[in-house]
Design a protein around this ligand. Structure first.
Ligand code: ATP
Length: 207
């Protein structure tokens, strides 16, 4: 069992960039996106249900799922998003719980973009929010994903507002600045989390 740090932030805020740095310090990473991707790929029944629902146009030429197309569909229609969530969430939840219990490192990083939206914050011991202004966020996503402003806005519409996310934060990384000394910030947090984990488990053992 490890002390659980939930790492969250809006799309394109820098979650992967930050989690890669924790990973290089030897910290286990549990990634909600990887879990949901794995469930769709490794569970033929689920894969087929999705194809039946959305049609063959949701596939790439090689027969794999076109995630960008799926994302476009679910973010432009609320009822499609709800349908997919109902299908996947119980399985994602089960696999997440399994993985959260798997490690014995002092702490682990759980990358969970929709932590607040899906009311999962009770599963974490601490919440680390990556913060970025809306303007910077839109420009980074357009650059990275080669999508237009309207598509970005559809995605953002489905995510909680910056202020609401920040209110839940125990720690915040302000990732607006390109010249940010991210390595130093992560190292500081790393030391803090080791200390917090130590205190947490000490208290738990004493009780
Ligand atoms: P998603 O929600 O889509 O998974 P994310 O939160 O994991 O995204 P990243 O992929 O880490 O975000 O970052 C989004 C983009 O912004 C990437 O192209 C990344 O290289 C860039 N980026 C991250 N941090 C910075 C920074 N401080 N300055 C400039 N660009 C950055």
């Amino acid at each position: 069992m490890s002390y659980i740090i939930a790492l969250t932030g809006g799309i394109g805020s820098g979650k992967s960039t930050v989690s890669d740095k924790f990973k290089s310090l030897g910290i286990p990473i549990i990634d909600a996106d990887i879990i949901s991707r794995k469930i769709i790929i490794s569970n033929t029944k689920i894969f087929n249900i999705i194809i039946q629902h959305f049609g063959l146009t949701i596939l790439n030429n090689d027969g794999s799922l076109n995630r960008a197309k799926l994302r476009k569909k679910i973010f432009s229609e609320q009822k499609e998003k709800k349908w997919l969530n109902n299908l996947l969430h119980p399985l994602i939840h089960e696999e997440t719980q399994r993985q959260l219990m798997l490690f014995n490192s002092p702490y682990l990083i759980w990358v969970i973009p929709l932590l607040i939206e899906n009311r999962l914050d009770h599963l974490a011991n601490r919440i680390l929010v990556i913060d970025i202004t809306r303007k910077e966020q839109i420009s980074r996503i357009i650059k990275r994903d080669k999508i237009n402003k309207l598509e970005v806005k559809n995605i953002l519409f489905n995510q909680v507002k910056r202020i609401k996310r920040l209110k839940k934060a125990d720690d915040i990384i302000d990732n607006n600045n390109i010249k940010l000394k991210l390595d130093n910030i992560i190292l500081k947090l790393h030391k803090k989390y080791i200390q917090l984990s130590y205190e947490y488990f000490l208290k738990k053992n004493i009780k």
